[in-house]
Structure formats: C-alpha cells, structure tokens
Design a binder for this molecule. Sequence first.
Ligand code: AMP
Ligand code: ZN
Ligand code: FE
Ligand code: FE
Length: 292
Amino acid sequence: MFQVDLHLHTTYSDGTLDPATLVGLCASRGLSVIAISDHDSTEGLPEALAAASSYDGLEVIPAIELSTDIPGSEIHILGYYVDYEDRAFQKVLGEFRQDREGRGRRMVEKLNDLGLKISWERVQEISDGGAIGRPHIAQALVEAGYVQYPRDAFDRYIGRDGPAYVGRPKLTPEDAIKLLIGNGALPVMAHPTYSETKSDRGEVRSLKDTVSDLQRGGLIGMEVFYGDYTPDQVSYLYGIAEELDLVPCGGSDYHASGNPGEPEPGTVGPPISTAKRLAEVKQASDSRRARS
Ligand code: AMP
Ligand code: ZN
Ligand code: FE
Ligand code: FE
C-alpha cells in the first residue's frame, strides 16, 4: 500500500462516492496525503477538507482535472493547490460544466438515434448535480441493460472513436496551464500515455517533446505512478520526469466506477517525497507571485 494518492474523483464530477465517504475510505486505507481532483469542479473540496480534519495525519490537497484537446487526442491537466475561492476561475469552470451538459445531451440523442433508449433525465439524476461526464451516460446504459459494465459503453458507443461520441469545445493544454497558473495552482500532466500526441501536420510527436513544450508553458510535473500502468510504463515515464526535472506524480484515478479491476485508492501512487516536492514548489511559486 502507498501513502500518497493524488488523483481521485467524487460525486461532484463522475465519481460515485461523495467526498466524505471517499476521504473516509482513504483514511481507513492508511493514506496520508490525497488529492481530490474532480473534472471541471472544485465543489467537493470544502466537504473533503472538512472530512479530513476528523482524521489524524491525513492531508487533502485541493485539486482539479481539466480536459484539453490536441489534434486527434486529448491531454488532461491536473491542478494542485487550487484556490477554489477564485471567482474568475469559478466562472470559467461553470462554463466548462455548462459545455459538458450540452455535450452530454447530444451524446444521449446520438444513442437514442442508434436505438438505445436512455433518457437525458436519467443521466442527470445519475450525475446528481456533478459535472456531467461520459461515465454518467455509461451508467445509464448499464442500468438499461445495454452493456454489462461502464467500460463496455466506452468500447462500443462513447469512446473517442465510438458512434455516439461528442467532443467538447476546444481548450488547448497551454490555455489550461495558463488558467491554472493564474489561479495559483500547480499544473501537472495526467496519465501521459493516454495522449498520443501529433503535430498540426499529423506527425506523431514524442511524449518527451510534448511534455517539454508544456513545461515551457508552466507544467511542473507529470503522472508516473498511475492507475493500471505496468512497471515498464512507470519506468519509462519516470525517466522522462527525471530528465526534464518534472515532479513525478500519480494516483489511482479512483472513481468507484463499477468497472471490474478498478485500481483502488492507495494501490498505486507516488512516494511521500513527491508530496513534499509539490509543497515546496507551491511555496516557491507563492513567494514569486507575492513579489511580482
Ligand atoms: P469525459 O470527461 O466526459 O470525456 O469522460 C472522461 C472520463 O470517462 C474519464 O475520466 C474516465 O473516468 C472515463 N473513461 C474514459 N475512457 C474510459 C474507458 N475506456 N472505460 C471506462 N471509463 C473511461
Ligand atoms: Zn473521470
Ligand atoms: Fe483524466
Ligand atoms: Fe481523472
């Protein structure tokens, strides 16, 4: 078991555990530093921080995960130590969630056109006020008996190449990084191998080149110890992080999704030194901001 898990989702996005339950689960699993990183929402953070205060020795880092687009793929950017009281930032997040809603509706329409009778109302109920994501639609498809597990819905219908997939309005990783830096949050690239990166001309670019470009824009870390990554993937990514002097982050990306074999909190994560490094980078960045 690991002590640090920097990638977790709650009911405020597409996770199925509320913040207090998730924090309690992490405490019972002996974790000492966790980050709650919902998609496009910080609304679960006050509850998560309050819940953590009743457990000795459990720190919650307030975080967020933003989805961005690159030609033919996407990059997710995590933001650590997010300031959730930043009004301008909240306004942008509200717009992102609004976009998620329109897109969710359109995916349901496409599914209906394919003959899969799920309702937008049910998807909204499942999302329970959280930022709407494809896992909510997947759950509606499970309930209606069209697929056995949520991941089957991705494989057959709503994965990137699926017949009912709808993209989001484009946000570049550079813009997401700027947005996070403006907020005072530390930008970190999530699950780097999920993003096959291509140049504008369609050539595949090496991950190292892509990450290094983003680092010039202010990226300070990348996930290395992630979800179901194999030891080979971890050592490949660790090598890149070391070479570029990026903080090697990671976590389970736990959603309590109902998918078999989902990595649970604390089954994968970075060493405690990563949490210390993140705190140091945050301090240094705060004092630079205070001086400028
Ligand atoms: P969205 O933000 O609506 O594009 O949905 C992305 C989320 O869907 C991710 O954060 C995962 O929780 C989930 N997801 C993406 N791909 C898969 C997959 N192949 N199987 C199961 N869940 C997935
Ligand atoms: Zn998710
Ligand atoms: Fe992600
Ligand atoms: Fe995630």
